[in-house]
Design a protein around this ligand. Sequence first.
Ligand SMILES: Nc1ncnc2c1ncn2[C@@H]1O[C@H](COP(=O)(O)OP(=O)(O)OP(=O)(O)O)[C@@H](O)[C@H]1O
Ligand SMILES: [Mg+2]
Length: 371
Amino acid sequence: MVVRNLKLVNFRNYLTANFTFHPQLNLIVGENGSGKTTILEGLQILALSKSFRSNVDADIVNHDESYYQVFGEFEGNNDSNVTLNVNFSKNDGKKVFINKYPLKRRIDMVGKVPTVILSPDNQNITGGGPSGRRDFFNRILSQIDLEYFTQLIEYRARLLQRNSILAAYRLKRKMKYDTYVETQDELLAKAADYLQKSRYKFLEDFNPVFQSNFEQISHVKKPVTLKMQFSVNTDSEDFRETFLRKLRDRFAKDLEFGRTTCGPHLDNLVILLGDKEIRQVGSQGEHKVVLVALKMAEGQFIQSRQPESVIFLLDDLFALLDERHCLKIVNEISRKNQTFVTTTDANLLNKYGFDESNSEMKIIHLSVARS
Ligand SMILES: Nc1ncnc2c1ncn2[C@@H]1O[C@H](COP(=O)(O)OP(=O)(O)OP(=O)(O)O)[C@@H](O)[C@H]1O
Ligand SMILES: [Mg+2]
């Protein structure tokens, strides 16, 4: 996909703003607070109907307004044009339109406009707790496999349901693992089985892509590897039975804690640098370079598994890597994929020959005072 234009209405600092984009490279330049990340956020909301910065749409609405709107025109690989529109109002909630028709389910949107976002906020992937890394691989798998996304939603719904059953049983002092819980657990295990198998396969396929990206951009001599610490660690053939047994065996403990204490919602993706976890030993530079390699690999991986071109949204890339590597990455990606790069550093443009006369790119200058 390629996004041709974007319109933002009452969207953070923008009251009304229109942007047209280049199909290859778009450099968004402006000082702090000028609205660079907000443009990427607008594009991301169209792609996934969800922001990467906030789970609360009301935060995105301009402070003086009660609703926001985002419009974008996209062009697919086979000249198939798609118009996307997301409207949110504090009173009526969020509505998504594809070619002006209202979208009934969010799932129909997933994967239509494949995107990869890299932003300094993503540093929690390498440095934070397991949930940031789970989001990382769930997002990749959901974009390439709708069934994975469906089973993930199913699993989360079943898990919520199970946890509320635990709460109700505890209240009534019903301590016995009965057939009602067993039936619920069968359904939970069915969805979990799909997630577990997909994650096994993902690790096998994704690791080499990650490793080769890392080698290209890093001076770090130690190798990198992704490993999954599965909450239910067993051969994928036996997974269902093992998980069901664990759920049964831990029922008393789960009642005590008021939540389900095993299952794919607790899987932990571990990023190893040499034989140590980067989270514990990585230097600042190592964290950054691993993050960029993960995101580049994400883009290539998604690209290789579905027909549409991935759009790369690289927020403040220059703050993550040295200039030489950034330029290499930007040049390489933007030859094949539409790429957005934000920076505060206007001098970079002159220094590296990015200028308005270059037909392979567009430079978008922002100033703080715009509204
Ligand atoms: N709901 C909102 N209403 C109005 N303004 C907002 C809202 N949310 C954020 N802002 C402001 O919008 C401006 C643009 O934010 P944005 O994060 O896009 O800037 P940026 O150009 O990426 O800056 P930086 O270089 O610091 O990353 C900021 O001044 C921010 O405070
Ligand atoms: Mg920003």
